[in-house]
Design a protein around this ligand. Structure first.
Ligand code: ACO
Length: 154
């Protein structure tokens, strides 16, 4: 299914397909500080396939989001990144809007995520979306840096 997104850049959102793995992997490598193998990313896809969405511009993946169901009523955003060259154009917002829409369709009540405490850009983005910091997780990442848990009602 293809969802058109109205944005500063002309693109569309669709569900991830295994053929996208190289492009998603590249964006994850360049944008995220943790290392995720292609097989781990494919495992995440199996957790909640409909939540794994890619934003494409003329068949090129420029951003993606993937979540899981933390509980029957709580969704979790696992990975979320936009190719650096396409940031601040509304791609991340389009993906987040679609993810929240899916959560509503699946009767989720809340969404949580973890983010590095020094990731100011992402924290600002999430706060704009109504996420609040609910916990500090010391040494959460593989390099021992800290995470915040952020949370919002769907
Ligand atoms: N012109 C100017 N500014 C714009 C426009 C536009 N046309 N469209 C959006 N913006 C602004 C937004 O208002 C927003 O402003 P803010 O910085 O004050 O919040 C900002 O640009 C970003 O909004 P978007 O463009 O919708 O988001 P973007 O596509 O840049 O993606 C993301 C946001 C995913 C956080 C991106 O910065 C990123 O990939 N960061 C690196 C990876 C990362 O940190 N991911 C999150 C890790 S945590 C986790 O995965 C659970």
């Amino acid at each position: 299914m293809v969802y058109m997104a109205i944005n500063a850049v002309a693109g569309s959102i669709r569900e991830f397909s295994p053929k996208d793995i190289d492009q998603v992997y590249r964006i994850a490598q360049e944008s995220l500080t943790e290392f995720y193998t292609q097989s781990l990313i494919m495992d995440l896809h199996r957790e909640w396939p409909e939540s794994f969405m890619v934003y494409t511009i003329t068949d090129t993946v420029v951003g993606f989001i993937v979540g899981s169901k933390y509980s029957r009523t709580e969704a979790r955003i696992l990975l979320f990144a936009v190719d650096e060259r396409f940031r601040k154009m509304g791609v991340g917002s389009a993906l987040m809007d679609r993810f929240l829409q899916l959560c509503r369709e699946e009767n989720m009540l809340s969404v949580r995520l973890e983010v590095r405490t020094d990731n100011d850009e992402a924290i600002r983005f999430y706060k704009k979306y109504g996420f609040v910091i609910t916990a500090l997780l010391p040494g959460y990442y593989s390099d021992s840096s800290n995470a915040y848990t952020m949370w919002r009602i769907v």
